[in-house]
Design a protein around this ligand. Structure first.
Ligand code: LCS
Length: 394
């Protein structure tokens, strides 16, 4: 079926499907490292242009193609590039876009390792970055230098839930000839479509809501235009951080229920966020669906919904937060997010622990901040779990 003009949910179920000789209703897993050429000339043709046939799974593979075609359609991109992990996507993008002497401006509160790898490792090769709160366009403009090449945004940011005005960033980037990149992991394509707002490259850790079942890690990059796509694809192939066919199959399966899962997680999150905001032992809550969020209006304009991620701090800071984390029974004390199961974690000592304390604090990642990813369980059970754990705080 041609799904180009179909609705989002129809695309989730049918886009990218392979019609194989047996009429398989699901995408077959082509678990092979290499592909037989029809002739020597055909092999040469494939190497000259990899759309002429399959070569080798690091370069291309029908199951991975199916996922890439599906996601490119969901995000309105030219084509997509699946990677071994979200960090595989981050490094592919950095390596493809930045050379010695170049500079990047980025959201300060990005996923910890996205920043650590830049500051600790790309710096060794003469690439530098300035980290600012991209919610303030003025700070972004101030950080741009003559050698700035890339504007890298994460919105909402992990874990501070700050929201960056994507259209405003596109405007600034155009004035300075920058390539724009959005980490769309927290939203996924159901809640936010950065390419439609003028962004050049979007990527996800598909480990999160896109796969949704906490059973694989993976990443995907979606590029708006052909020339940039070719550059990023070539880098992924050279780095060798391709997705595996079995992994791709799992993501395709997870994606079929993306809207249903995200809607349910979000419906629960709205209730949990309000419960936390009203609870006497909670100091503050950051959730884009609450009027108390400083960018509530922007969230409503830019996102199709507030999502299922909540950050908050317990009164009494880290000590009290630890009592909460040690006493939850339904919520799993684990990193990751966006799945069907509720997770709780402590960014300062876990996901963002490799960032130095000063950078963490200036990015708003306080020691007391607790991150909560709401799942699809019965919301009364999630709240009962939080209530009993909060009662343990004296
Ligand atoms: N970008 C964001 C926004 C993320 O949250 C993560 C992982 C990545 C990129 C990297 O993806 P990965 O390589 O893990 O597939 N975030 C995690 C988190 O917050 N907890 O555990 C992993």
């Amino acid at each position: 079926m041609n799904t180009k003009k179909a609705g989002f949910n129809t695309k989730l179920v049918h886009a990218g499907m392979i019609e194989d000789q047996f009429g398989s209703a699901t995408v077959p897993i082509y678990q092979t490292s290499t592909f037989r050429f029809k002739s020597a000339d055909h092999g040469a043709e494939c190497f000259a242009d990899d759309t002429h046939g399959y070569i080798y799974t690091r370069i291309n593979n029908p199951t991975i193609d199916a996922l890439e075609n599906l996601v490119a359609e969901l995000e309105n991109g030219y084509r997509a590039i699946a990677t071994a992990s979200g960090m595989g996507a981050v490094n592919t993008i950095y390596m493809a876009l930045l050379s010695q002497g170049d500079h990047m401006v980025s959201t300060a509160a990005v996923y910890g390792p996205s920043r650590v790898v830049m500051e600790k490792h790309y710096s060794r090769f003469g690439i530098e970055a300035t980290y600012v709160n991209t919610s303030n366009p003025k700070d972004v403009k101030k950080a741009i230098k003559p050698n700035t090449k890339v504007l890298f945004i994460e919105t909402p940011s992990n874990p501070t839930m700050d929201i960056t005005d994507i259209k405003e960033m596109v405007k600034i980037a155009k004035e300075h000839n920058l390539i724009t990149v959005v980490d769309n992991t927290f939203c996924g394509p159901y809640l936010q479509m950065p390419l439609d707002m003028g962004i050049d490259i979007v990527f996800h850790s598909v480990t999160k809501s896109m796969n949704g079942h906490a059973d694989i890690v993976g990443g995907i990059i979606i590029v708006k235009e052909k020339e940039l796509y070719k550059k990023v694809r070539a880098m992924m192939v050279t780095l060798g951080c391709n997705m595996d066919p079995h992994q791709a199959y799992m993501v395709i399966r997870g994606l079929k229920t993306l809207s249903l899962r995200v809607e349910k997680c979000q419906e629960n999150a709205k209730v949990v966020a309000k419960f936390l905001e009203d609870h006497p032992k909670i100091a503050w809550v950051r959730y884009p669906g609450l009027k108390s969020h400083p960018q509530y209006k922007l969230a409503q304009k830019q996102m199709n919904g507030p999502g299922a991620m909540i950050s908050f701090e317990v009164k009494g800071g880290l000590k009290a937060g630890k009592v909460l984390m040690d006493n939850v029974k339904l919520a799993i004390l684990a990193v990751s997010l966006g799945g069907i199961e509720t997770l709780i974690q402590h960014p300062a000592s876990m996901t963002h622990s490799k960032m130095d304390k000063a950078s963490r604090e200036s990015a708003g990642i306080t020691d007391g901040l607790v991150r909560f990813s709401v799942g699809i369980e019965n919301v009364e059970d999630i709240i009962a779990d939080l209530s009993q754990a909060l009662e343990k705080i004296k």
